[in-house]
Structures are given as C-alpha cells and as structure tokens.
Write a protein of this length. Structure first.
Length: 166
C-alpha cells in the first residue's frame, strides 16, 4: 500500500477523535490555563485545529521559513469556529494525500528562520512528526485541560471513565 494511503487512513481515523474533543471546548473557559507557563485553552484548541492544516506546508512545499511569514492569528468567536477550521483542514489534507506523488515523501524539507536552519529531514519524517505526532501530543494536552474543567471526555481509542460511568 502507498504511504499516502496509509497516512490518509490514519488522518481520517484521528480526525474524528480530534473533532469530538474540539467540539467539547467550553468557549466560556477560553482563558483557562492549568499553569502560568501553559497556553490558554483557546490557544491550545486553536493549535490543535491548525495542526490539521500543516499538510500543505510539510508535504507540498519544500521548506517553512518563519522569516517570510506574515502570519495573522485567526480570531475565533465560538467553539463551532474552531471545529469548522479543523474540518476545513482535514478536507484539504485528504485532498493532498489523495493527489500527492509517492516520490514527494523522499524529498528533503527544511524548517528555518532566514539563514538559521533548524533542521532538514525527508518529508516522510516531517509529516509523521509535525502533522501527526505533534497533533497527538497537543490533543493529549487538550484532554487534560478538559478533564481539569470537569468536561466529560469522549473515547479516542476505546472508552473513557466518563463513558463507563466511573
């Protein structure tokens, strides 16, 4: 099976779990932080939704240069806005993975800030690390934030104490 199709199957499976968590984001608690060094709940939920959109930069482009960026943070007014961003990015990821050449995965990709190069790795490693593992890491953080706010958690891979009634 092609790597693109293996990744696509994983993206689809994980997208549902991610969407279910984002949909529980209590917008009225958007400024919650479990620690002074932590992101706010809004920033974390936004980051989780944004990561789903990194497939273009990590697979279709050959580098990410922060010095060239003019990133303007999106403004969200509701939980639905964040879920909609995630959904939009998942559709884009599915399209990219359905259309990408398998040769693209072996090409080098560089993360830099102008002349400062952070790393260069093959795109297969970059998409696994930055598009998948990075998402799982921050999604796990999101479950902790939600648990601290007493939000009942949905299943991600199997069941939860909330679903079991424990």
């Amino acid at each position: 099976m092609k790597l693109s199709q293996l990744l696509l199957a994983e993206v689809k499976q994980e997208a549902e779990a991610t969407r279910n968590l984002l949909a529980l984001f209590p917008f009225d608690k958007k400024d919650f932080k479990p620690h002074e060094k932590s992101m706010t709940l809004l920033r974390l939920a936004t980051h989780v939704a944004e990561i789903s959109g990194w497939w273009k930069e990590c697979l279709m482009d050959d580098e990410l240069d922060f010095a060239k960026g003019d990133h303007v943070p999106k403004v969200f007014n509701s939980t639905e806005d964040i879920v909609a961003l995630h959904d939009k990015h998942i559709l884009q990821a599915e399209k990219i993975l359905n259309e990408v050449s398998e040769d693209e995965f072996s090409k080098p990709w560089t993360m830099r800030a102008g002349e400062t190069i952070f790393f260069t790795k093959c795109k297969s490693e970059v998409v696994r690390t930055w598009c998948m593992n990075h998402l799982y890491h921050h999604r796990g953080q999101l479950t902790v934030y939600l648990r601290l706010l007493n939000v009942p958690l949905p299943a991600v891979y199997a069941t939860t104490a909330d679903l079991e009634g424990k």
